[in-house]
Design a protein around this ligand. Structure first.
Ligand SMILES: N[C@@H](CCC(=O)N[C@@H](CS)C(=O)NCC(=O)O)C(=O)O
Length: 224
């Protein structure tokens, strides 16, 4: 999203969990995505990548110069990358345990068809008792934070200050775990975590995310 916001050209390489992470480790010395390769520079961690891109392409500025606004952006970005990311992942695992079609849609595309069909055939709910234990308590906190964000985007399209910042991008990207954006394509687009993606108190927030994604796509098209 930062690359799009700054109108930089890039190529994405999807990584298959497990086997594909060997190459990620060889490249970056750690196994997680995202990894940015910019000439001779190889960077892991979305926050480090965002800061590198801010130096490389200062326009539009995504980290404000004003220290007060910069602190707010930093805190929201950190919350999105840690608390929101973990809560989103836990909620998605729980939803996938219950919904066979979601489970299959989330599998890597290059997985052989027989493996995909086995995953789809596992009866819904088999891991539910475990994931429910993990979930208890966490969901209420997540919902409360998301409702606050929904109220915020109801008054201004930018979470911090008067223009787009890294805070907007960090939150919007993690919301995609809760309800898949149009860019996820079929069969994931519009699907999401029951109880969150269809929650009446969160609809402005998901619309805001979809609109932000549209704005970024328009910027990419302008560059082409
Ligand atoms: N703090 C890192 C977290 C990255 C992260 O959690 N990546 C996940 C996917 S979103 C991953 O690669 N998981 C595979 C693994 O941990 O083995 C960041 O913000 O970039």
């Amino acid at each position: 999203m930062v690359l799009q916001a700054k109108g930089l050209s890039y190529r994405t390489v999807d990584v298959t969990p497990g086997i594909g992470q060997v190459a990620v480790f060889r490249l970056s010395g750690q196994r997680q995505v995202p990894v940015l390769v910019d000439g001779d520079t190889v960077l892991a961690d979305s926050s480090a990548i965002a800061r590198h891109l801010e130096d490389r392409a200062p326009d539009p500025q995504l980290i404000p110069s004003d220290p007060r606004l910069a602190a707010q952006v930093h805190l929201i970005e950190d919350w999105a990358d840690t608390t929101l990311a973990a809560a989103g992942r836990a909620a998605l695992v729980q939803a996938a345990a219950l919904d066979a079609s979601l489970r299959v849609a989330l599998l890597p595309e290059d997985l052989p068809a027989p493996v995909r069909s086995v995953m789809g055939a596992i009866p819904g709910g088999w891991v539910n008792s475990v994931s429910e234990l993990v979930q208890q308590g966490g969901r209420a906190d997540l919902l409360a934070s998301l409702e606050q964000l929904d109220a915020s985007v109801g008054t201004s399209p930018w979470l911090v200050g008067g223009s787009m910042s890294l805070a907007d991008l960090a939150v919007a990207s993690q919301l995609s775990l809760l309800r898949f954006p149009p860019s996820a394509g079929s069969p994931l687009a519009g699907k999401g975590i029951p109880g969150l993606s269809d929650h009446p108190g969160l609809q402005r927030l998901f619309q805001w995310r979809d609109q932000l994604e549209l704005k970024l796509m328009e910027r990419t098209l302008e560059e082409v």
